[in-house]
Design a binder for this molecule. Structure first.
Ligand SMILES: Cc1cc2nc3c(=O)[nH]c(=O)nc-3n(C[C@H](O)[C@H](O)[C@H](O)COP(=O)(O)O)c2cc1C
Length: 176
């Protein structure tokens, strides 16, 4: 399994995108983005965010970026809506589940709901994220999350390196 790492971000109002940008610049990892053609502006857009969470809907998305299949680890970064994973990231995880190898999750939120998002990724993939963390929008705004994000990135990188140190071929009888 390759130990290369891809960041995939969905952001409606820009906070999660800033987290993705900082992680990408700290580690020189490539980034992809989940996009929607339908706007979430205004009260109607906000209501649709909430409804997507309440009914666990899968809104239509497009993905722009490197092919996740080529990466040993994908770091998902997305907001929390109504205490759940933002709908467009739910769609991405479902659509790409068969080709995702290791997955780590970063939730960006006002203050609660991240554990539901981690549990949902676990449910969709049938295995928990290798690592997960969350930041509040306030921490992102004031920049105080920067060293925690770096620590998270180090852990993601080290996890991939550790897994790659024990390859299936090393364990097979033909390798001895
Ligand atoms: C419709 C809606 C529902 C939200 N629900 C929650 C919530 O349940 N818990 C929480 O901590 N933050 C909640 N938030 C706050 C967002 O998670 C937070 O503002 C996040 O930084 C937005 O990310 P973005 O700028 O990348 O879109 C909600 C935001 C919106 C628009």
């Amino acid at each position: 399994m390759s130990n290369s790492i891809l960041i995939v971000c969905y952001s409606n109002t820009g906070t999660s995108r800033r987290v993705a940008d900082l992680l990408a610049s700290q580690f020189k990892w490539p980034r992809g983005e989940v996009r929607e053609s339908r706007s979430r502006a205004g009260a109607a857009g906000m209501l649709r965010c909430v409804a997507d969470s309440l009914f666990k809907r899968h809104p239509a998305i497009s993905y722009v970026g490197p092919d996740p299949r080529s990466f040993g680890t994908v770091v998902l970064i997305a907001p929390i809506w109504a205490a759940e994973l933002a709908g467009p990231m739910r769609s991405f995880v479902r659509d790409h589940a068969p080709s995702l190898q290791r997955v780590a999750v970063v939730s960006v939120m006002g203050g609660n709901g991240a554990t539901n998002a981690f549990a949902e990724v676990d449910r969709i993939l049938g295995r928990p994220p290798i690592l997960s963390t969350s930041f509040t929008a306030r921490e992102v705004d004031d920049g105080s999350y920067s060293s925690s994000l770096q620590g998270f990135g180090n852990a993601v990188r080290d996890n991939g390196n550790k897994e790659d140190a024990v390859r299936p071929a090393d364990l097979s009888p033909s390798a001895v």
